[in-house]
Write a protein that binds this ligand. Structure first.
Ligand code: GDP
Ligand code: MG
Length: 489
């Protein structure tokens, strides 16, 4: 059976600070990449950062730093020979993972893997390259966009897969793309991005990569790389055609969306690291539910408010805004964010402890307007108030925020009373247009009873020979839908 709790992939982050990048910008970029890695489910075990005058075409980090990182990844002891000095490196730093106790567990993990594989495979594991089992990381994340050639070289040098910043972001968009349009758009960008990388892979494979064609479509002497590239071109053309069709269908989608607006849905929007996922967990109690096998198979980004409310409210986590978003990805980001349009309420989460929060807030509002979310009501939530400073600083910050954004909520995801307050605000929003009425449920329609109780607050019940009369409170849309079902039965 497939294991439910797979070990997260361990990632090492590498970043070079060029002279035109300030310390603050550099640190925020690296922190953001680590956060993006977490979003993808990676466990970041170490970061290697270095100041350099430029990134040479030969290697990303300087020779000494590269060797250090390689030893770290492969879990090798330092050579006796002294490291070659980095001529152009005036500062180096290795930050170990937040969790230093990770080391012994690596060995335990290796042992566990070997044990699990059974006798025959354990023997094979012993003869397999040692780094497979003992290395400390499975993937290297580079905080720069890398040329295909450089990425291949780095992969060879480090012996692990390399993903650059753009690839990490594309992967996140890919996971968040819901609508057909968003999927097609993100896939086009991904394919275009991957095409030159495949060419590099084919070059590396050398003449073996060039095969004679059989009866298939591949021309004589057409290499695997060329074939893949042609396939990519065809696929991109196909997706572009699809996008045109989807565009034509947009209007229909809009009205369908309105039909569904009786479903109480909240979407969390805001920058990466604002605390969206933390708030989502706190609001939905999904930390408890993750362990539940049934829940693990469901979409991890949509959960019900917990404890349950009437009406039942679904909370979803959208793709986060990214401070250092590569230019070519802006359109993909927007189309991926369009899932926010399906919500009846947007929780705009802002990290109040981030020095640049005002600009982030403005950019988020602007982009939401651009994607057509003006009509979706928004609740502005300042988070991480606990991180602003001491009590006095927090109080001062709150006063300032309230003066400037009178409608806002100010919380810390770490305080349960704040989370309750937020939860109440959400429930109040959905209850504000709730109506009280009586639903008649004939004895022959008792199969709908469960649905009535799930979607309405049932305040009383009486019965006669024909059926049950339920006094209920619910949104008008919910009641209309139930009545339609009762009639259509
Ligand atoms: N001090 C403090 N840290 C928080 C708070 N909310 C979230 N965090 C931390 O901020 C980081 C980013 O949170 P996360 O929920 O992953 O942000 P997301 O990218 O918006 O989903 C994590 O390390 C959280 O533990 C808060 O209210 N106070
Ligand atoms: Mg998140």
């Amino acid at each position: 059976m497939h294991e439910l709790h797979e070990e997260p992939r361990r990632a090492v982050v590498a970043a070079v600070q060029l002279p035109d990048v300030s310390d603050i910008d550099f640190e925020s970029s690296v922190a953001e990449l680590r956060q993006l890695a977490k979003t993808l489910g990676f466990e970041v075990v170490a970061s290697f950062t270095q100041k350099r005058a430029k990134v040479s075409p030969v290697s990303y980090l300087g020779a000494g730093k590269s060797a250090e990182m390689r030893r770290y990844i492969r879990n090798e002891a330092a050579d006796d020979a002294p490291e070659p000095a980095d001529e152009d490196a005036d500062e180096t730093a290795v930050e170990d993972a937040d969790d230093a106790s990770a080391y012994p567990t690596r060995e335990q993990r290796a042992a566990a893997i070997a044990a699990k594989r059974g006798a025959a495979e354990a023997l094979e594991a012993k003869t397999a390259p040692a780094d497979e089992l003992t290395r400390r990381a499975d993937i290297l994340l580079v905080d720069h966009e890398m040329s295909p050639m450089r990425a291949r070289n780095l992969e060879k040098e480090m012996g692990v897969e390399v993903m650059d910043r753009t690839m990490v972001i594309l992967e996140i968009f890919h996971r968040h793309a819901r609508s057909r349009a968003a999927r097609a758009q993100v896939e086009i960008v991904r394919l275009a991005y991957m095409a030159p990388r495949l060419r590099e892979a084919a070059k590396l494979a050398g003449p073996q990569g060039r095969q004679r064609s059989g009866a298939g479509g591949r021309g004589a002497g057409e290499s695997r790389g060329e074939l893949d590239r042609r396939k990519i071109r065809d696929r991109i053309a196909e997706l572009q055609k699809e996008l045109v069709v989807i565009d034509a269908e947009r209007l229909t989608q809009r009205s369908r969306r309105q039909e569904r607006s009786d479903i109480a849905r909240v979407a969390l929007v805001g920058y990466t690291n604002a605390g969206k996922s933390t708030l989502m967990r706190a609001l939905t109690g999904s930390e408890v539910l993750v362990a539940d096998k049934l829940f693990a198979t469901l979409d991890t980004t949509v959960r019900a408010l917990h404890p349950e409310s009437v009406p039942r409210v679904l909370v979803s986590d959208t793709v986060g805004f990214i401070k250092n978003l590569p230019h070519g990805l802006v359109a993909s980001f927007k189309s991926t964010l369009e899932e926010a349009l399906e919500a009846a309420l947007l929780l705009h989460v802002v990290d109040a402890s981030d020095a640049g929060f005002e600009r982030q807030l403005a950019v988020t509002e602007e982009v939401l307007d651009e994607i057509g979310a003006q009509e979706v009501p928004r609740l502005l939530v300042f988070n991480k108030i606990d991180r602003v400073g001491d009590d006095a600083a927090q109080a001062e910050c709150e006063t300032r925020l309230r003066a400037q954004y009178p409608e806002c909520l100010i919380v810390s995801a770490r305080r349960s009373e704040d989370v309750s307050r937020l939860r109440e605000a959400i429930v109040a929003f959905f209850q504000k247009d709730v109506v009280e009425t009586e639903l008649f449920l004939p004895w022959s329609a008792q199969q709908l009873r469960g649905e009535v109780f799930a979607s309405c607050e049932v305040q009383g019940e009486r019965a006669d020979a024909d059926g049950a009369y339920l006094s209920v409170r619910a949104a008008p849309g919910v009641i209309d839908r139930l009545r339609e079902k009762l009639v259509a039965r």
